[in-house]
Each structure stands twice: as structure tokens, then as C-alpha cells.
Design a protein around this ligand. Structure first.
Ligand code: UDX
Length: 456
């Protein structure tokens, strides 16, 4: 294998599309493969089936330059590629916490028998530790020249292109110097840009992703556990997070208390990690992650309880406005969305819930057709007795108390992302509640800040 390497990317989801377009932008010829013919046609026409800033432009440039195209054909992929990237999804299994590896296995089973020359297969999907070693054996049995490496992806939705082209680290699990050299060649540009290159075993590379996600989830649940303590002890978690974050050993990132984490990665990856540890007989080591998950889910119930309180103890028939459906701003992804879960809980409590989101309405309608949606913020808020800010989109954080006050029937708001300044809202007559701030403390705080602002 030498000269210009030709790449295939197997699986055209978030990861696969971003990786294919990014590698094309680095100058490689890339063939993306997906079993969904409609998706392949859509991508070849330059249209994204997902919402990701900057990706459509990158894909368009790659298509125009003839550097990237998509197919449903594995024989075409096997003939084309020197390096094959596995980018298929690994969702949570139905009825279990384990990862569903069927797409990864299907992709290797389709590719392996077609390989007839030396090549490198590089796993990027998030898989339980031990998977790569088994896939490596399966591959080399099918084609002695086929080698496996593991190169986990750490991209964030909404930041996927930058995270791929300018990552802070590139982790490669390899079993030979040849595989390492090929990966160095592929990532020469990000490496020249300062990315750390960490060469390790297949197992450590698999664990790298699981451990990073576990740490991030733990950090969020830690501050949300502090939020629970603040709510009962009379503290303010926003101040507490600022104090903790000022310590460089802790750092401010991922200390935003609120409704907690969701999305297609953190929740299911944490559960799959625990399940894998248990299968390995090391369940005790990750037992704390069960608590991390439980804290995260408790925030959803707490948010619904706050709405119940603000509605005077009865939500039956009460019009409630939910702002947010995406699991985070800058994304249209509603997988394990805390916002939609809260909307569902409130509906179960009898409320008449209307959901609005600037980007995720179509996906939300598909995922939870039983909920009611409005195409505009005003449409969702009109006549509401309680407003819940559940995803901190700029459109919501820029809201002013008077503008929203002119639409709703009652001035009750729950800021479940700690995204608003409580002072102007309370001054405008709103009953403002946030997660992680005891009610008494919050009111005193607002009064104190108002006094400070008024003092000469
Ligand atoms: C995450 C990891 O960051 C990424 O490295 C991995 O590859 C995939 O999972 P992503 O799911 O895109 O990426 O979202 P991220 O930006 O990490 O946010 C995860 C969730 O945590 C969101 O629901 C967000 O609202 C929440 N969050 C984040 C908090 O509640 N508080 C915080 O301080 C930070």
C-alpha cells in the first residue's frame, strides 16, 4: 500500500458523513457506503439527512471536486479502498443496557469476504472493549492481508467538522507499525495542526471513548448532585459551579447544572460501559456510573415537579409551553432528549403541553407523535400558565420577560438550563424557578442583587 490512499467510510450517519466529507477535504478520494439507497442518493445530491453546521458546505465541496461519493455497493467499496473506516451506529439494545453491535458486525461480514488485497480496516464506532480483538480475528481469517486498527471518534454534534479536522487528540489502537504509519499519513494535516497522536492497544483505544464519555457524564451529574443539595440546603449551584470551575484542577467545562445530559452518545455509552464491565466480572468498578445515570434522570422528574408546583399542585388541563426538543442547542437530534422526556412526563400528569424547537420539530414529531407541537415560539407560548426552558437555544436565552409576558396567560417560568438572568424576570413579575437554587435563596438573591444594582 503506497502513494495516494483511497478510503471508504462504512455507515453514513453523523460520524460517517462527517468523516467522509472531512477526509475528502484533506485531499483523499473517499467512497461512502450505506445500505439506505435513499440516503445515498440524497448525499450524492449534496443534501444532508442531519443538521450539522458547516457539513453541507464541506460535502458540497468534496462532491464538486469529485473527491467523495456514496454507494450502497460493498463490492465497489472492497475494490476501491485501501483503508476502510467502520462508522456504523451502536445504539442501545432494546430491553437491555448493552450496545447493539449488529450494524458493526453486518458491515464487517459484508466487507471481509470481498477483500482480496492488503488493506487496513479502521474502527471508529463506539464499541464495548474486546470487540476490536474479535473483529481483527474475523477479518484476518477472511483475508490474511487485512488488518484492523481502532481509532475512536470524540466529535460533538454541532461541532463535528471542527472536532474532526482539528481534534485535540487522535487515538490509534494498532497491532503493527504499518497500521500506525498509515494512520499518521491519513491524519498528517491535523497532526501538523497540533493534535496529540496517541498510539496504544486495541483495548485501550476502545476504552478511551467509553472512559471519556463516562468522565464527562460524571462531571455533569456531579454538579447536578450539588444542585440537589443546593435545593435542599439553600445554596445556589450556579455560584458553586463558578467557584469549583475557577480551580484549574477542576476546570469550568461540563459544570453547567440543569436538566442534564441526553443525546445519542452519553446516555447509551455510559449504560453500555457498565453492562460490559459487568459481563467482564468487573461490575463493581463502574457501579458509580449507575448513580451518574440515576442523578441525570432525576433532574427530569424534578423539573416536572417544579411545573406541578408552579401550576398550584394540579396540572390537569393546564396549558404548558415547552421550549426545546433537541437534546442540546445547535442540534436537531432528539435521541434521549431530556426536553422531550419532560414534555412526556408533564403530559402524563395531565398538562396540555405544546412543544416548540427551532430545529428539531420534525424529528420530535417522528419520535413522539403523541405530543403537540407549534411551529413558532409564540404559538407554543400563547395562553400558557407555565413555560419551561428545556434546551438553551439562543432564541430562548434572548427572550425578554416583557415579550414573553405579552404572550402567556400566567407569568411562571422554569429555567431548567440556568440560561436566564433571574433578576429581570422576577422584577417583571414572573415566578422564576431554576434547577439547583432553593426557592428562598433565589428570592433573597434577586432582592439583594436588585438592591446592589439600585445602589449609587
Ligand atoms: C458527547 C461528547 O462530548 C463527545 O465527545 C462524544 O463523542 C459524543 O458525546 P454530544 O452528545 O454531541 O457529545 O454532546 P455534548 O456537547 O457533549 O453534550 C452532551 C449533553 O450534556 C447535552 O445534553 C448537554 O446539554 C449536556 N451538558 C453538557 C450539560 O448538561 N451540562 C454541561 O455542562 C455540558
Amino acid at each position: 500500500m503506497s502513494g495516494e490512499l483511497r478510503l471508504t467510510v462504512l455507515g453514513a450517519g453523523y460520524l460517517g458523513i462527517t468523516h467522509a466529507a472531512s477526509m475528502a477535504s484533506l485531499g483523499f478520494d473517499v467512497l461512502g457506503v450505506d445500505t439506505d439507497a435513499a440516503r445515498v442518493d440524497q448525499l450524492n445530491a449534496g443534501h444532508l439527512p442531519i443538521y450539522e453546521p458547516g457539513l453541507e458546505e464541506l460535502l458540497g465541496a468534496g462532491l464538486e471536486a469529485g473527491r467523495v461519493k456514496f454507494t450502497t455497493s460493498y463490492p465497489e467499496a472492497a475494490a476501491f479502498g485501501d483503508v476502510h473506516f467502520i462508522c456504523t451506529g451502536t445504539p442501545q439494545q432494546l430491553g437491555s443496557n448493552r450496545a447493539d453491535l449488529s450494524q458493526v458486525h453486518a458491515c464487517v461480514a459484508a466487507l471481509a469476504p470481498l477483500l482480496d488485497r492488503p488493506c487496513l480496516v479502521v474502527g471508529k464506532s463506539t464499541v464495548p472493549v474486546g470487540t476490536a480483538r474479535r473483529l481483527a480475528a474475523e477479518l484476518s481469517q477472511a483475508c490474511p492481508g487485512a488488518e484492523l486498527a481502532w481509532n475512536p471518534e470524540f466529535l460533538r454534534e454541532g461541532n463535528a467538522v471542527a472536532d474532526t479536522l482539528a481534534p485535540d487528540r487522535i487515538v490509534v489502537g494498532v497491532t503493527s507499525g504499518r497500521a500506525e504509519q498509515i494512520l499518521r499519513q491519513l491524519y498528517a494535516r491535523p497532526l501538523a495542526g497540533g493534535a496529540a497522536f496517541i498510539v496504544t492497544s486495541l483495548e485501550t483505544a476502545e476504552l478511551a471513548k467509553a472512559a471519556a464519555n463516562a468522565f464527562l457524564a460524571t462531571k455533569i451529574s456531579f454538579i447536578n448532585a450539588m444542585a440537589e443539595i443546593c435545593e435542599t440546603a439553600g445554596g445556589d449551584v450556579r455560584d458553586l459551579a463558578q467557584i469549583l470551575g475557577a480551580d484549574p484542577r477542576i476546570g469550568p467545562a461540563f459544570l453547567r447544572a440543569g436538566l442534564g445530559y441526553g443525546g445519542g452518545c452519553l446516555p447509551k455509552d455510559i449504560r453500555a460501559f457498565v453492562a460490559r464491565a459487568e459481563d467482564l466480572g468487573a461490575g463493581a468498578s463502574l457501579a458509580f456510573l449507575r448513580e451518574v445515570d440515576a442523578i441525570n434522570l432525576r433532574r427530569r422528574a424534578r423539573t416536572a415537579d417544579l411545573a406541578h408546583e408552579l401550576a398550584g399542585g394540579n396540572l390537569t388541563g393546564v396549558p404548558v409551553c415547552v421550549l426545546g426538543a433537541a437534546f442540546k442547542p445547535g442540534s436537531d437530534d432528539v435521541r434521549d432528549s431530556p426536553a422531550l422526556d419532560v414534555a412526556q412526563i408533564l403530559t402524563g400528569m395531565g398538562a396540555r403541553v405544546t412543544v416548540y424547537d427551532p430545529a428539531a420539530l420534525d424529528n420530535a414529531r417522528r419520535a413522539r407523535p403523541e405530543l403537540s407541537y407549534a411551529p413558532t415560539l409564540a404559538g407554543a407560548a400563547r395562553g400558557a400558565h407555565v413555560v419551561l426552558l428545556l434546551t438553551e437555544w439562543p432564541e430562548f436565552t434572548a427572550l425578554t420577560p416583557d415579550r414573553l409576558g405579552g404572550i402567556v396567560a400566567r407569568r411562571n417560568i422554569i429555567d431548567a438550563r440556568n440560561a436566564l438572568d433571574p433578576v429581570p424576570w422576577r422584577e417583571a413579575g414572573w415566578e422564576y424557578r431554576a434547577l439547583g437554587v432553593a426557592e428562598d435563596t433565589a428570592a433573597e438573591d434577586t432582592a439583594a442583587r436588585a438592591r446592589l444594582d439600585a445602589s449609587p
